[in-house]
Structures are given as C-alpha cells and as structure tokens.
Write a protein that binds this ligand. Sequence first.
Ligand code: COI
Length: 356
Amino acid sequence: MSATENYSIRVEPTQQSRLSQVDFNNLKFGKILSDHMLVATYEDGAWTDVSIVPYGDINVSPSMSALHYGQAIFEGIKAYKFQDGTISIFRPDKNWERFNTSAARLEMPEVPEEIFLGGLKKLLATDNKWIPNAPGTSLYIRPFMFGTEAALGVHPSNSYKFIIITSPVGAYYSNPLKLKVETHYTRAAEGGVGFSKNAGNYALSLYPTRLANDEGFDQLMWTDASEHKYIEEAGTANLIFRIGDSIITPHGDTILHGVTRRTIMELAASWGYKTEQRRVSVKELIDGIKAGIVTDAFAAGTAATLTPIATIGYEGELFQLPPVEGRDFSKKVLTYLDDLRYGRIADEFGWNLIVE
Ligand code: COI
C-alpha cells in the first residue's frame, strides 16, 4: 500500500476509562498511560489492521526477533493543549521522518504518513481528555516499532508491530544537571547506529550511566569513540552551548538528530545569533568555562525540553557553569517555546500540527 492509499482506522473505545484515577497535579514522567493505543501490523509486505484499542498488554512469542536481535526503534513527541482546548502536536512530521530513517538503518519497513501522523491525530482526538494543560505539562507520545517474527535465525523480521502509546507528563529533569564527561565507554562509533533512535542505544548507556550516578552525576556527556576528545550528546538529550557569541551544537552521525535541538538552532539563527553545528572538543568547552566565555549550556530533547547544565565533571575535576538565572539565551528559548506550544503566540514557522 502506498502512503497515499487509505487505511481505515478502527476505533474500539475502552469500557473502563482510568482518567478519574489520575492526579494531574503530580505527573511523573512516563508512569501513567492514557486509555488508548494505536496498533498496526506489518505482514506479507504490507501494513494491515490499523486500530485504536484500549491500552493493555500484548501477546508476543518468546522467540520474537526483537527480543533476541534488537530490531526495535522509537520516537518521542509532545502534544499540548491551548487555553481554548485546541490540541497541538509539536513538529511530529520531523519525528516521522526520523523514525523512517531509523527503520531503514535497522532494515525495518517504513511506516506511512497516514498511519504515523494520521493515526496519531486520531489517537489524540480519542484521548483528548488525557492532554494536560497546566504550565510545564504535556502529553508525551511514544511511537515504536519492533520485529515480531517468531524465528531464531539472524535475519530481518518478516513481521512488525507499530504502536503508539501516550502519557501525560511533567518535567523529565526537575533540576539543573551535573554531567560527567565519559572518557572510557562509548555510545556510538562512525558507521554505527548513533543517529538512529533504536532501543539498543539506550540499553548500552545504562551501565556507564549507573557508574556515573554512583559518583553523584545525573547523566553522561558522551564523547567520540576513537579519541574521547569530542563531545557528542547526553544520551537522553542533545547538547547545546553558547561559547563567545556563538550557539554551538555537536554534529555528526554518531549523535541523534534531535527535533528540539534542530528547533533551537533554527530559532537562534532566526533571532540573528551566530549558529554552528560542528565538533566541539572537551578542551574547548573546559577552556571556555575557565575563561568565562561559556555563558549557556543545556540539554535539549523532547522529554528533557531544555534543561540547564550546572556542573561538568572531567577527569576527576568539577567545572561550574554560570548561574542559571543569568542565562539570557536559554531563558528566551524557553519563553518562546512555551508561548508557541501553548498557543499564546502566532505559529510563524508552522511547527504546531493542530488536531481537528
Ligand atoms: C525523548 O526525549 O523523547 C526521548 O526519547 C529520551 C528519553 C530519555 C525519554
């Protein structure tokens, strides 16, 4: 079926909504799942049976290929509710494109726009009461796909599930971050899968991150695989620095090409800042902190939104970034994005996808 062909999306409403049990004033990231999910099946080279069904467990085979060989990819997107009740999804077209880039790298099928974006809009219309509208809250959207073939040979699965689940959320990080520059373990190497949003990239980060947590750090600042000299990303988010008069973000296929990162770099350029996407060495960053020319530094991601970096640990030394209150650039970005996502200002770039 082509992307232009019609998929009829069946809706099976839940008989037992869990909405009244949710404390919307106390939302922890990803703990509460909305009433419905979208499920589509790929078999014999085509997507079939696209349905919105009550959220719940699914049956899988113990020999399902994703469990053994890791064909599993996902996305993170957020939807917002304006004061007048309008539902808006932030740049989901970019997530759809990235999802299919991840799929191609892992030898998985593409998901057509009509299922990914059309299905998402229908899911949000179904669960629209689950989208919170208090400041700092949103509906986190998790589309994912995995190989379902029951077979132990190493080959691309011949069947897949594409599922979208959603979760009302508050902040992912509630405090400025203390990051450790990782100089031993590696997240991604040239020619690998660092740019793709596949489950394995997160699994491999857990052990080194736990070691850093044990030392009192919140997260890692990954560096390049060959020399551990160049900064890459934080694993849960991209990194952006203001050094001198430039807004700079590490670049390359060993990092995830984040939608929030892209958005902030596009905003910075449109506001007249000098922007650079290039390699950033740890030395440049540390020297810049010592010289007082690193005036802003933050993690940028869908879940993380924009989380300031307070401290960077490198080879046993701690380096303090300037106080968060004085960071003009990140404050301007946060205010702008909040106003845009909650519909308080005009959508000059066309980034809000409104759900009718
Ligand atoms: C996201 O920002 O959407 C991610 O997938 C990161 C993850 C740590 C929740």
